[in-house]
Design a protein around this ligand. Structure first.
Ligand SMILES: Nc1ncnc2c1ncn2[C@@H]1O[C@H](COP(=O)(O)OP(=O)(O)OP(=O)(O)O)[C@@H](O)[C@H]1O
Ligand SMILES: [Mg+2]
Length: 342
């Protein structure tokens, strides 16, 4: 079993790198262009934290984080992720909303599609999702175009959400009798690829804890899968079944589907178990596992209760910093993919 070298730190990205370019461009209020941004300019928010003293430093970090716009590269083309794990409560929604918010904070335009009838992502983003609100349900059954369901998060002008209402709970059953039932979300997302919605840099689809038709629709609609895995007992339980489902969707419905990203969540550095789980997951998934690990933090779990992400609720906290680092890794991954595509 491989030890996890970063057991005491949530982010080993640790890149020191020169922050000059990103600082300059931030001050100018402009996005870092595709030409000027390089991976070497990456730095770690959590690593910075290690040298600081408590309260003043936390406030300083919070201010810096809230003015982080323009620090990440835009992907060459829009990236669409399905966030899936049929195990409940592993951090799918928390990862969806906080990675999305972190990317938006750093200048990218991001959409979260809430595909879980629980509507937790909508709640965390401060988005209206009472019954009757135009939502992912109407998009799925083809009643309303995607653009008519978009809502802007009150916390960030570049962060949008297609909410989920309780009506979505009936969709699994309604979909069964529909034509092309597995591809309905993909058809609805055509709008994102062409026309006015094509300027979204990142799209995250938050799935319910099941492998039913909602999750299948999400897997058919997205080329990339992000799997959050909780650093707890039975972490890998059920992952085999998820991977088989992904394989089946790839073989029959979506040849581009790939698990590009695995995120370790709710890591508790005080326990040996968390390290063991992290090592097992890294042994299994290799480089797709983000080096940044999301710590277990009460603040992270409190934020949705206020209709906020951790980036708004407590921007100087470790939870916020680790989601900033995770989002940076994802964006760098996107820049590297771009290099490979060229
Ligand atoms: N890093 C964290 N630290 C502490 N609590 C967390 C953390 N991440 C998530 N939680 C809490 O754990 C619970 C489950 O998280 P979340 O809702 O993101 O999981 P999920 O996989 O989306 O769940 P579901 O399967 O029900 O959709 C929530 O109460 C959330 O606030
Ligand atoms: Mg959820």
């Amino acid at each position: 079993m491989n030890p996890v070298p970063e057991s005491s730190s949530t982010s080993p990205t640790g890149a020191t790198a020169s922050p000059d370019v990103s600082r300059e461009t931030t001050a100018a209020g402009t996005d870092v262009s595709r030409e000027t941004w390089t991976e070497g300019q990456a730095e770690s928010w959590v690593a910075d934290e290690a040298v600081d003293t408590p309260i003043g430093a936390e406030a300083e970090r919070a201010v810096r984080l809230l003015h982080a716009r323009g620090q990440l590269p835009r992907p060459a083309q829009q990236r669409v992720f399905t966030i899936a794990n049929q195990k409940g409560g592993v951090g799918k929604t928390t990862t969806a909303v906080n990675v999305a918010a972190a990317l938006a904070l750093q200048g990218l335009k991001v959409l979260v599609i809430d595909l879980d009838p629980q509507g937790n992502a909508s709640t965390a983003l401060g988005i209206e999702h009472r019954p009757g609100t135009p939502s992912s349900y109407e998009v799925l059954i083809g009643e309303v175009p995607l653009r008519d369901t978009l809502q802007q998060s009150p916390h960030n002008e570049r962060l949008f959400c297609v909410p989920a209402t309780i009506e979505l709970a009936g969709a699994e059953i309604e979909l069964v009798s529909m034509v092309a039932r597995e591809g309905r979300l993909r058809t609805a997302l055509e709008e994102l690829r062409n026309g006015e919605l094509s300027d979204f840099d990142y799209v995250f689809i938050d799935c319910p804890p099941s492998l039913g038709l909602l999750t299948i629709n999400a897997l058919v609609a997205a080329p990339e899968v992000l799997i959050p895995i909780q650093c707890e007992y039975y972490a890998l339980e059920g992952v085999g079944q998820l991977l088989r489902t992904i394989e089946m969707v790839r073989a029959h419905l979506n040849p581009k589907l790939t698990v590009t990203t695995v995120v370790l969540t709710m890591y508790d550095g005080r326990t040996r178990l968390a390290d063991q789980v992290a090592a097992d997951v890294r042994a299994h998934f290799g480089d797709t596992v983000l080096r940044t690990v999301i710590p277990r933090s009460v603040k992270v779990s409190e934020a949705p209760g206020y209709g906020m992400t951790i980036l708004n609720y407590d921007p100087g906290s470790r939870g916020a910093l680790s989601y900033m680092d995770a989002s940076r890794e994802i964006a760098v991954q996107g820049a590297q993919q771009r290099g490979q595509d060229q």
